[in-house]
Design a protein around this ligand. Structure first.
Ligand code: URP
Ligand code: ZN
Ligand code: ZN
Length: 461
């Protein structure tokens, strides 16, 4: 009788530490052994392939309502797209309605995802006020498996001022959780936006000027100071400029517990296509913070190379051009902000990070899988190929060539910001908790097995 349900044979196992030629034995939902000549009821030949821990995307927005619309990917389409691109864990957000308890909002969001997600998921809790009533619910959230709390310095209805942020940080700090911040200074944004309005420049091509790099840097610096004072674990999402990443790096040097997240769009895209494109092309690329000047990309790659970025999230927030993004063709303030990216995050970082010799294979796995899992307290269940970890495994063909085209993708959007971009290396199989879910782009497993992940205390490095 074979010892394992499934054996992956002859691949190169890539962990955040090593690359090793070894077989992997899977029993039930877990990795049960590493070895040679393992015997399974089924065997998959992985020779010539990389065997990776499934990606952990720490920042996605699925089925997220906005004041005027809802993101086009729901839990079903978004997590299927994730799996096709090699991501087997996503961390999304709970956004309580005004007056709704955090517990109630959490239950509602979990219920929404539980029957619909193809991969396991965790949740960050959004906090939009600093009242005692809200803050006293934070310890219960930690017990319920939500250890990260997201604050905004901008967006009407969501934003907190810096004194409010400090109050919330102190409470999160006392609970041992993580404070995530979308850091763009609202006053600077309002000032820049008013200037554009007074000049009549409200077409989507002007959008990047409404949220200047200085707004990000100002909020990043403020939040770092408050994190230092409150001793909270600070996770700065979607950093888009080299200056703000450098500010994090200096803070870390000074032993402030802060993590820098960036996203593939800030490494690979820039504002040229917005400034010089049509209104529709510009609207398609509206996201906050905006895509930056060309020179920033190289500087952010350099920052990644020298270890100044600890996490890469997609900030997947998809809206179709027709009819969603086009609502704002005459006024950038009306364009729903966000880009799709859940499917391509892991492969893009391989082609443009590993093959360009900016990061090693191990580092690639680390920033796209292991490190996010550690930061958000789900390691080694996720982000790991160790014995005992969930068997969320990706077989990745490092030679496979692909030209990105929205028709090839599974995200529910009518465009891709990466249209025409060439990839070398792509997942050829995604295994979720021991079951083959995707093989060569085809769905194999029909049962949705995604469950809520209970996040423990963060491992902040
Ligand atoms: O424009 C973006 N990034 N939309 C998603 C929400 C956020 O701010 O992360
Ligand atoms: Zn944000
Ligand atoms: Zn986001």
């Amino acid at each position: 009788m074979p010892e394992f349900d499934l054996v992956i044979q002859g691949g190169s196992l890539v962990t955040h530490e090593n690359v090793t030629r070894m077989d992997i034995g899977i029993r039930g939902e877990n990795i049960a052994a590493w070895g040679t000549n393992l015997e399974g009821k089924e065997t998959i030949d992985a020779s010539g392939l990389l065997v990776l821990p499934g990606g952990v995307d720490p920042h996605v927005h699925l089925q997220m309502p906005t004041p005027t619309t809802i993101t086009s990917d729901d839990w079903n389409s978004g997590t299927l797209a994730a799996a096709c691109g090699g991501t087997t864990t996503v961390i999304d957000f709970v956004e309580p309605n005004p007056g709704q308890s955090l517990q109630d909002a959490l239950q509602q969001r979990k219920a929404e995802a539980n029957d619909s997600s193809w991969v396991d998921f965790a949740l960050h809790m959004t906090i939009t006020d600093s009242s005692d009533e809200t803050l006293k619910q934070i310890p219960a959230m930690m017990k319920a498996g939500v250890s990260s709390f997201k604050l905004y310095t901008t967006y009407d209805g969501m934003k907190l001022d810096y004194p409010g942020i400090f109050i919330v940080m102190k409470k999160i700090s006392a609970s041992g959780g993580i404070c995530m911040v979308h850091a763009e200074d609202d006053l600077l944004i309002q000032r820049a936006t008013q200037n554009l309005i007074s000049e009549g420049r409200i077409a989507p091509q002007n959008f990047p000027f409404s949220r200047p790099p200085s707004a990000e840097l100002e909020a990043v610096n403020q939040c770092i100071e408050l994190a230092w004072e409150s001793k909270v674990n600070l996770y700065l999402v979607h950093l888009s400029t080299s200056q703000s990443i450098r500010a994090v790096s200096v803070a870390r040097y000074n032993h402030i517990k802060v993590i820098a997240e960036t996203c593939p769009q800030y490494l690979l895209l820039d504002q040229q296509a917005i400034l010089h494109g049509s209104a529709i092309e510009a609207a398609a690329l509206v996201c906050s913070p905006p895509l930056r000047e060309v020179f920033e990309k190289e500087l952010i790659w350099n920052a990644l190379e020298i270890g100044q970025i600890q996490s890469v999230g997609s900030d997947h927030c998809s809206f179709r051009i027709h009819p969603q993004k086009e609502i704002g063709l005459g006024d950038f303030r009306k364009v729903p902000g966000g880009l799709p990216g859940i499917e391509l995050r892991y492969p893009l970082m391989h082609t443009y990070g590993v093959l360009n010799q900016c990061i090693s294979l191990q580092n690639w796995v680390n920033i796209c899988s292991t490190q996010p899992a550690k930061i958000f307290g789900i390691f080694p269940q996720k982000g790991s190929l160790a014995v005992g970890s969930d068997a969320d495994i990706v077989l990745f063909d490092p030679q496979k060539k692909l030209t990105i085209n929205p028709e090839l993708l599974h995200e529910q959007v009518d465009y891709s910001p990466y249209n025409g971009v060439e990839l070398t290396g792509y997942p050829v199989m995604t295994i979720v908790k021991g079951q083959v879910l995707i093989k060569d782009g085809n769905f194999i497993e029909q049962k949705k097995s995604g469950k809520f992940l209970h996040c423990g205390l963060p491992e902040f490095m």
